[in-house]
Design a protein around this ligand. Structure first.
Ligand SMILES: Nc1nc2c(ncn2[C@@H]2O[C@H](COP(=O)(O)OP(=O)(O)OP(=O)(O)O)[C@@H](O)[C@H]2O)c(=O)[nH]1
Ligand SMILES: [Mg+2]
Ligand SMILES: [Zn+2]
Length: 343
């Protein structure tokens, strides 16, 4: 009991410190904004958010004499939080600082839940979701399937990208190729590359050409290494895997946008441990498993959960080898993890 009370008191203190810190940051922010607004601001113009850090963003000027220059910008209080890839209207202050005046509507929005389970956009206006995985850290089909569901839901085309092809060996090869076979058979575009050795990188470049792509995936699969290989001169930070766990070490901390010289953009994003899908319904999940589309609606029971029901079209397809067990397992795993399952 005493211990619990102590913990509660400690918790309270931590929360107090945190909220005081947040309040101080907000005050600093509004003071900075007041000073900026009181000074000479340039005309309103269009900009592109190339990185976001809590309350501030980095904006690249899109037109006029400042085009191509980058400004750290404050946000007017009435604005929603902005993410990398957002298009905005902004005004330049002095010394590389500016004010965001308005956010332009998004064409697309890639979301994922934060640690509290609240849905947060991570990148805007992307049209290609590059799902990166590697022989090491060990890939999880379920994570890939979650991204595929999210891509379908957000209307963003997916591309599966196996990096570190140089690490494929006799031991990890068979399982890896079995997994890849499943996606290839489903018709998903798939590339095998090595950021280190350069294999497949020309093909990848061609695929990305003219698109606004975002690289996602577990920490340590080599997203930033791919950026460095695709865009020499960028030199974004890369981190070794943990020797202890063989996992990534969360080197990239904020999504950042880079330009291809010939057109098109690339967003490097921080790796994740887990990708919850709290913002989708069971129907959304089913829609994300594209091979289910011709089966859904053909079960004997309208509300079939494809679990043990007689006359289930999905189970029949599984039995006949028309649906891969890995995908059914993944589907069940995702549905079971939805916060308020509608069954
Ligand atoms: N063998 C091999 N190692 C690679 C390759 N690409 C990246 N790596 C290594 O993998 C490790 C992780 O690379 P990063 O580029 O930092 O991975 P990331 O996906 O950006 O990780 P986060 O920023 O933490 O999400 C580094 O030690 C890289 O040198 C590759 O093609 N082959
Ligand atoms: Mg990185
Ligand atoms: Zn069924």
């Amino acid at each position: 009991m005493a211990k619990r009370q102590l913990n509660r008191r400690q918790n309270w203190r931590i929360e107090k410190v945190q909220s005081e810190r947040a309040a101080r940051a907000a005050k600093r922010e509004s003071q900075a904004l007041q000073i900026l607004e009181g000074g000479d601001l340039g005309p309103e113009q269009f900009g592109l958010v190339i990185a976001h850090f809590g309350v501030q963003v980095e904006v690249e000027a899109l037109d006029g004499e400042l085009a191509g220059q980058v400004f750290r910008c404050h946000l007017r209080a009435n604005l929603p939080s902005l993410v990398t890839g957002d298009k905005v209207v902004w005004r330049a202050g002095n010394q590389g600082i500016g004010v965001i005046v308005a956010q332009l509507p998004r064409d697309s929005e890639l979301c994922r839940p934060d640690i509290r389970g609240q849905l947060k956009p991570v990148a805007a206006n992307v049209d290609l979701l590059v799902i990166v995985f590697a022989p090491l850290p060990e890939p999880h089909a379920n994570l890939i399937d979650r991204y595929l569901v999210a891509a379908e839901h957000a209307g963003i085309r997916p591309l599966l990208l196996l990096n570190k092809a140089d690490l494929i060996d006799e031991e990890n090869g068979p399982a890896l190729h079995e997994m890849l076979g499943v996606y290839r058979q489903l018709g998903y575009p798939l590339l095998e590359v090595s950021a280190h050795q350069g294999d497949g990188m020309e093909q990848l470049k061609k695929r990305l050409d003219g698109h606004v792509s975002v690289f996602v995936g577990q920490s340590g699969v080599g997203k930033s290494s791919l950026v460095n290989s695709l865009l020499p001169g960028v030199d974004t930070r890369v981190g070794a895997l943990s020797e202890l766990t063989g996992k990534g070490t969360h080197t990239t901390t904020t999504a950042r946008l880079f330009h291809f010289p010939g057109g098109g953009e690339l967003i490097d994003s921080p790796g994740i441990r887990e990708f919850g899908l709290v913002h989708v319904s069971r129907d959304d999940v089913e829609a994300g498993f594209i091979e289910f589309s011709e089966l859904i609606g053909h079960c004997r029971f309208r509300d079939c959960k494809h679990d043990r029901e007689p006359g289930c079209a999905l189970l029949k397809a599984l039995e006949e080898g028309r649906v891969h067990p890995q995908r059914i397992a993944s589907y069940r795993h995702i549905v079971a993890s939805l916060p308020e399952p509608d069954y």
